[in-house]
Write a protein that binds this ligand. Sequence first.
Ligand code: ZN
Length: 67
Amino acid sequence: MTSIQAKTITCPHCGHHTHIELDASNGDQNYYDECTNCCQELHLVTHLDEVKDKLTVVVDADDEQYY
Ligand SMILES: [Zn+2]
């Protein structure tokens, strides 16, 4: 079983869909990445629900939230 999960996120700046891979074994993460399309900063917050074994990713542009 791999702990790497592929997710698709939507850039809150330009709406571009970006594939990311997350290591769920690290648990909750909070980091910044750059949109490959518009190069603006993305604030990524991941939350691992161990009960449901579900990884939730929130993309925050500091004033909006997308799930
Ligand atoms: Zn973008």
